[in-house]
Design a protein around this ligand. Structure first.
Ligand code: CO
Length: 162
């Protein structure tokens, strides 16, 4: 699968919920894992490979997790600031505040409901990938100072895309 990069419009769309989990869904998940590992990513959302569906894969180095129609059902008040990158924004690193702990609920490829309690890096990856399903990118979390520093890079990416 080819990684879709900024400013492709699919990255700004709300991805569609998956209402039928079938062999095609399973194939997408397998291909997303391959693509994520091939590109040294810690997470990937389906819109990043050109598929507008609510599917994510994550791996914080402990174990691979896939989730269909993921939803964050609770968040800690505690937040943490850490630098993130994104395969759809090559060359950009940005410090982003995220909830330190979250609980995520969704389905796996067998259709079973799964719930994951995540903290630290894993919680961060989930939040980053679920943002993608809502058309949100790390640059949307940038402060005005960060934004100014990013501007020329983003303009260059927009020009390269035209
Ligand atoms: Co990303």
């Amino acid at each position: 699968m080819k990684i879709v990069t900024y400013p492709a419009s699919i990255l700004r769309e709300e991805a569609r919920p998956v209402d039928q989990i079938d062999s095609e869904t399973e194939k997408i998940i397998d291909d997303m894992f391959d693509t994520m590992y091939l590109n040294d990513g810690a997470g990937l959302a389906a819109p990043q490979v050109g598929i507008s569906k609510r599917i994510i894969v994550v791996d914080d180095g402990n174990k691979p997790i896939h989730m269909i129609n993921p939803e964050i059902i609770s968040r800690s008040d505690e937040e943490e600031n850490m630098e993130e990158g994104c395969l759809s924004l090559p060359g950009i690193r940005l410090s982003v505040w995220r909830n330190y702990k979250i609980v995520v609920c969704g389905k796996d490829k067998s259709g079973s409901v799964i719930e994951v309690e995540a903290e630290g890096l894993l919680a961060r990856i989930f939040q980053h990938e679920i943002d993608h399903l809502n058309g949100i990118l790390i640059i949307d979390h940038a402060s005005s100072i960060q934004r100014r520093m990013l501007d020329s890079k983003l303009r260059k990416m927009i020009r390269a895309h035209q």
